[in-house]
Design a protein around this ligand. Structure first.
Ligand SMILES: O=C(O)c1ccccc1NCC(=O)[C@H](O)[C@H](O)COP(=O)(O)O
Length: 225
């Protein structure tokens, strides 16, 4: 029996979004703090929502940044109890190492799929604590709702396994195409658009996706680990 992938639901930008993903089997809940997104939230908003809804111990919080300054990243980490800092821009190895020095959190590097991605994963070996492989689209860094050529997934998973770090597949994953993606046996999946209806996270879409990856309602995210 195949293990269901680790789930990350990203781009939560309202209290309703947070309620929907809290009720789900998500392992990671992502907030986009960089200003380069239509889903940008502030540290103040997120900490207010967390106060309203309470902390959820079985889920880890991820903060998404993209080419942001060390000061900005540090200021968000001081206000929001993040478990992971995700760097989603064109950050260099030098910048990622500098971020690692100033935060206590794990630092993941998002890479945009193209013919150089595997080399880039090797370049970040020993520094990045995990990878997100996302779709490359000019003018947008993430949350595109567009998938990349999944034939490269086995190479990405093998490299992450060699490095003994998690690897999430992102970009255009939906309840409609998740069964096709499951044939590549992804260890982690990361979704923003595909579980949204009218730009808000939708519990019916989340349930449909989770059923298709083999997570049933009797399981909590911790009982899957
Ligand atoms: O979601 C965004 O709007 C976003 C904008 C800029 C940088 C990163 C962003 N999202 C990061 C994620 O981890 C998304 O889950 C990932 O890009 C997949 O998005 P989607 O294709 O919409 O499922």
């Amino acid at each position: 029996m195949l293990m269901p992938p680790v789930l990350k639901y990203c781009g939560n930008h309202s209290l309703n979004d947070l309620s929907a993903v809290y009720a789900s089997h998500a392992d990671y809940i992502g907030f986009v703090f960089t200003h380069k997104s239509k889903r940008t939230v502030s540290a103040e908003q997120v900490s207010q929502w967390l106060n309203q809804i309470g902390q959820c111990k079985s889920k880890q919080l991820v903060g998404v940044f993209a080419d942001d300054s060390l000061e900005f990243i540090q200021s968000v980490c001081a206000r929001v109890p993040l478990d992971v800092v995700q760097l989603h821009g064109g950050e260099s190895l030098h910048h990622l190492s500098a971020v690692k020095k100033i935060v206590d959190q794990s630092v993941w590097k998002a890479l945009h799929h193209d013919e150089t991605t595997l080399d880039q994963m090797r370049h970040f070996r020993g520094a990045a604590d995990g990878f997100i492989i996302d779709t490359k689209r000019k003018g947008t860094l993430g949350g595109t709702g567009i998938r990349f050529d999944w034939h490269s997934i086995p190479n990405y998973l093998s490299e992450a396994k060699r490095q003994q770090v998690p690897c999430f597949i992102a970009g255009g994953i939906t309840p409609e195409n998740i069964e096709e993606l499951m044939m590549y046996q992804p260890t982690g999946i990361d979704i923003a658009s595909g579980i949204e209806h009218h730009f808000g996270k939708d519990q019916a879409l989340i349930r449909s996706l989770e059923e298709k990856v083999g997570i049933n309602d009797g399981q909590t995210s911790t009982s899957r680990k």
